[in-house]
Design a protein around this ligand. Structure first.
Ligand SMILES: Cc1cc2nc3c(=O)[nH]c(=O)nc-3n(C[C@H](O)[C@H](O)[C@H](O)COP(=O)(O)OP(=O)(O)OC[C@H]3O[C@@H](n4cnc5c(N)ncnc54)[C@H](O)[C@@H]3O)c2cc1C
Length: 469
């Protein structure tokens, strides 16, 4: 049934409630805009429901299960360690629900109107919002589009109960005995290592010469080594060609360094990238231009080719990361309020929640040199940090790239325990234009992993205290 469709007038309409959309809606409301947000599935988008949060919950469960049975070197041994995976899934879901419920509460608390349904653009000031039964037209003054991305399905590896995307892998009812992963990017490595820690025999097939190809070789090697220790088989320069379903799973044929090999798994996780959700939105009717990969083209204020429509998050170019989406959300909301906000991607961190964690912000040594900087690259090992030793997590290093003439911090890479938290100090340093001297002269609490930042800066200044020059 289609009810009488008298258009509703709204001020700012936000399409999608992921970390792009819900943050944009809250910030726009805080700035005095009357905001309506529309969501066709669950509040919180991919990140909260089937991305960042549930994956980290599963990774944590994997660590705890693995560590419970592997702490002999610290004098701790327990009897048989049991895993009730249905309880793990229940706990993971409770974390998700706390956060998605929280988002809804925050939106309501900021007086954002929530509409359920799928938005489709009719022109540059009009959308239709449809659910199974009804369709309602909305006229907007400004719109922020934050419809996110979806996993890429390979033609020869169609989704099924045995061939799953990250969403399916997060929802498995039991830990598979054997899992094959196509794609050694961060999602493949994170989920592959979580299931390996939970007891699965995991094989990762990666097309390039190393897993996590976006990171420096030495960092990726640390992760490879840890994965292999956990029993994971890693095949690089491996191209999955085809598969057949068997009674208990799948058989995958792959070309590995030019030779054909076969891999068997009860579950096949395919994670070879994501594509922007821009094809079923009617954006062309709103005059919104896309690039040849389907990303919305935007200016420095996230404005599209249609001047009252903004786009943020995974549907615009750049790393598909939740914090990038939320950052762009604030810029777009402020731009609509007439503020002079502009995007500056200099200090966007990238993190892999692997063992050990990897994190990077700013320029790598190579990128800095390619850009013409005369640089100093300084390293400090976790092994020389008291806190890392007391955590029994002494593997890894921090690398700091500074400008030779004045020590300006250009980039920081960390491979080691808690790199995901440690990188924030480096983000602040780059954002604030700090030098190695600023970091070295800052008093850091002892004993802490944070001291590694101070000590790496001291290496850059040529005066490290806890390693010999
Ligand atoms: C397994 C996994 C792990 C990840 N881990 C991390 C991590 O650790 N850190 C990190 O930074 N990033 C991580 N990401 C990436 C992160 O989830 C995304 O970058 C982020 O969710 C993008 O936010 P977004 O707001 O652009 O879109 P999304 O979160 O995708 O939200 C888009 C929303 O729009 C809705 N929507 C789409 N079309 C319409 C329509 N027509 N009408 C109404 N609603 C619509 C969708 O239902 C969805 O809820 C991970 C992703 C995955 C898959």
């Amino acid at each position: 049934m289609v009810v009488g469709d008298f258009p509703e007038e709204v001020d700012t309409l936000v399409v999608g409630s992921g970390p792009g959309g819900y943050v944009a809606a809250i910030r726009a409301a805080q700035l005095g805009q009357k905001v309506t947000i529309v969501e066709k599935e669950n509040m919180g988008g991919v990140c909260l429901n089937v991305g960042c949060i549930p994956s980290k919950a599963l990774i944590e469960a994997g660590h705890r299960y693995h560590d419970a049975g592997n702490s002999d070197d610290m004098g701790i041994s327990v009897g048989e360690v049991n895993l009730d995976f249905s309880k793990v899934q229940k706990w993971k879901q409770s974390v998700v629900e706390k956060l998605t419920g929280g988002v809804e509460g925050l939106l309501k608390g900021n007086e954002v109107d929530i509409v359920r349904g799928e938005a489709y653009f009719v022109d540059d000031t009009t959308v239709k919002i449809m659910d199974e039964k009804t369709s309602q037209t909305y006229k907007f003054k400004n719109c922020i589009v934050a419809t996110g991305s979806s996993p890429i399905e390979l033609p020869k590896f169609k989704w099924s109960d045995k061939v799953v995307s990250s969403t399916g892998a997060l929802a498995l009812k039991e830990v598979p005995e054997k899992m094959v992963v196509i794609g050694g990017g961060y999602i493949g490595v994170e989920l592959g290592s979580a299931y390996a820690n939970l007891g699965a025999e995991v094989t990762i097939l990666e097309g390039t010469k190393q897993i996590l190809p976006g990171f420096e070789k030495q960092m990726s090697q640390l992760v490879s080594r840890r994965l292999k220790k956990a029993g994971v088989t890693i095949k690089t320069e491996a191209f999955a060609q085809e598969m057949e379903e068997t009674e208990n799973g799948v058989k995958v044929k792959a070309e590995v360094k030019g030779k054909e090999e076969e891999f068997e798994g009860n579950v096949l996780l395919v994670t070879v990238g994501r594509r922007p959700n821009t094809d079923e939105l009617g954006l062309e009717q709103a005059g919104v231009e896309l690039d040849d990969k389907g990303f919305v083209t935007i200016d420095k204020q996230c404005r599209t080719s249609s001047s009252n429509i903004y786009a943020i998050g995974d549907i615009v170019a750049g790393p598909a990361l939740a914090h990038k989406a939320s950052y762009e959300a604030k810029v777009a909301a402020e731009a609509i309020s007439g503020e002079a906000a502009e995007i500056d991607y200099t200090a966007i961190p990238e993190v892999v929640f692997s063992g050990p964690e990897l994190a990077s912000v700013g320029l790598t040594e190579k990128e800095a040199k390619d850009q013409g900087y005369d640089v100093v690259a300084s390293k400090f090992p976790f092994q020389a940090n008291g806190r890392a030793l007391s955590l029994n997590e002494s593997e890894g290093f921090m690398k700091m790239v500074t400008r030779k003439e004045d020590g300006l911090v250009l980039g920081v890479q960390i491979a080691g325990h808690n790199a995901s938290d440690m990188i924030s100090e480096a983000c602040v340093a780059i954002e604030a234009g700090m030098t190695a001297e600023d970091l070295a002269l800052t008093i850091h609490a002892h004993p802490s992993l944070g001291e590694i930042t101070m000590e790496t800066a001291e290496v850059a200044l040529g005066m490290p205290v806890h390693i010999v020059k």
